[in-house]
Design a protein around this ligand. Structure first.
Ligand SMILES: C[C@H](O)[C@H](O)[C@@H](O)C(=O)CO
Ligand SMILES: [Mn+2]
Length: 412
């Protein structure tokens, strides 16, 4: 079907495809650097990934240096309509020096900022509280040992300063997202002590005022991880309360809840108490497996909530998946485009009519509409979006992804 025919079909439903395309073009997604190298990073002194997260697979082509990662990112961005952001972790420093985590400084990341300027994109940042000998107990900011807590507090402080400078340099506020793996394999007897230590450490880490135009803090909860099955110190309730009281963003990672929980349902609930939300869009499979996101019901539900609850203006959309069994550049491209496709589908729905049906308790009409809408020609509108933004579509995309992958497969 041509775009013009599709446009007419949507117009019959009262939907303006041009308005949807224009809106989609304004939505920026923060693509995570760690899909490109299986969360290894560029430290010369770090350990294994740890912290209960695990990239599995050994597909060829893993980026081994900052230059390789940037080349892969440039290729991936070139296959995704519009400009997006890059989400960097603190282990992705670019330097000949070997600073420990409590010694990192802005200059270790300056090359990323120069590159981001060239690309015309913003950066986000994350302290890295895993893959380090001082995280081997699966306790960092909540560790009973003050020396270990202080080490991680200093790391976190530095990342806030680095994120702030990144945001200032790029003229675009960076999120500094805090996720710690802290927890217990077996049932603890003093959860309160651990949570009190985590709160005190977070307060110490975040005590310096930063200009929100340069950086904002986010806190990310989790249900459990490998090795911390019994208790995660930074649980959802812990961080929801913390974010509301302290005015930070709350990060909702789609892999960090019970498998049957509807994460999309949480958006409007937490949005009533928070100014801004950070999303880690991911795909758990039985656990926090971080599979590449599909255009599936969960992602569509998330996009629907963002659009229908008018939350796009105060939600920062980040991605969080890492699959090392497939081409890493293809993973970025397919996952990011899927997020955009879901948003486009939501923008192409007759929101007013659907809301009216619900408000008047006409649930039959709501059901008929939601089901009939599934047959609308979304693909033709997405194709138009790709063409307007000069990125490949369909088989041409497949060829482009395969050609690039062939060019990096020889990496050692
Ligand atoms: C690498 C990320 O910080 C990490 O995936 C974190 O966001 C997370 O989701 C841990 O399970
Ligand atoms: Mn996450």
């Amino acid at each position: 079907m041509t775009y013009e025919s599709a446009k007419a079909v949507f117009a019959d439903w009262g939907v303006d495809t041009e308005a949807a395309l224009d809106r989609l073009a304004t939505i920026t997604i923060s693509m995570h650097c760690w899909q490109g190298d299986d969360v290894v990073g560029f430290e010369t002194r770090s350990g294994t990934s740890g912290g209960g997260i695990q990239a599995t697979g050994n597909y060829p082509g893993r980026a081994r240096t900052p230059d390789e990662l940037r080349a892969d990112l440039e290729f991936a961005y070139g296959q995704i309509p519009c400009k997006h952001r890059l989400n960097l972790h603190a282990i992705y420093l670019d330097t000949d020096e070997s600073p420990d985590r409590d010694e990192i400084e802005y200059h270790h990341f300056a090359s990323w900022v120069d590159w981001a300027k060239d690309q015309g994109i913003g950066l986000d940042f994350n302290p890295t509280f895993f893959a380090h000998e001082k995280a081997d107990d699966n306790l960092t900011l909540s560790h009973p040992n003050k020396g270990i807590r202080d080490f991680w507090i200093e790391h976190g402080r530095r990342t806030r300063e680095i994120a702030s400078k990144m945001g200032e340099e790029l003229g675009s506020s960076a999120v500094n997202n805090i996720w710690v793996p802290d927890g217990y394999k077996d049932i603890p007897v003093d959860r309160m002590a651990a949570r009190t230590r985590l709160e005190t450490s977070l307060d110490a880490m975040c005590e310096s005022e930063q200009d929100p135009a340069h950086m904002v803090d986010a806190v990310e909860s989790k249900l459990f991880g490998i090795g911390v099955e019994a208790c995660t110190v930074g649980s959802h309730e812990f961080y929801m309360g913390y974010a509301i009281r302290k005015g930070t963003l709350l990060c909702l990672d789609m892999g960090h809840f019970h498998p049957t929980e509807n994460i999309a349902d949480k958006l409007s609930a937490v949005a009533l108490s928070l100014d801004e939300i950070l999303l880690h869009v991911s795909r758990p499979m039985r656990w926090d497996s971080d599979h590449v996101i599909l255009l599936n019901d969960d992602i569509q539900a998330m996009a629907n909530e963002l659009v229908f609850a008018d939350l796009l203006g105060r939600t920062r959309i980040g991605l969080d998946f890492f699959d090392a069994t497939i081409s890493r550049t293809a993973a970025w491209v397919v996952g990011t485009r899927n997020m955009q496709k879901a948003l486009l589908r939501s923008l192409l729905k007759p929101q007013k009519e659907l809301k009216e049906a619900e408000a008047t308790l006409d649930f039959t009409r709501r059901l008929i509409f939601t089901e009939e809408l599934k047959d609308l020609p979304f693909g033709a509108v997405w194709k138009e979006f790709c063409e307007r933004h000069k990125v490949p579509y369909g088989l041409a995309l497949s060829r482009s992804l395969e050609t690039y992958q062939s060019s990096v497969s020889e990496r050692g």
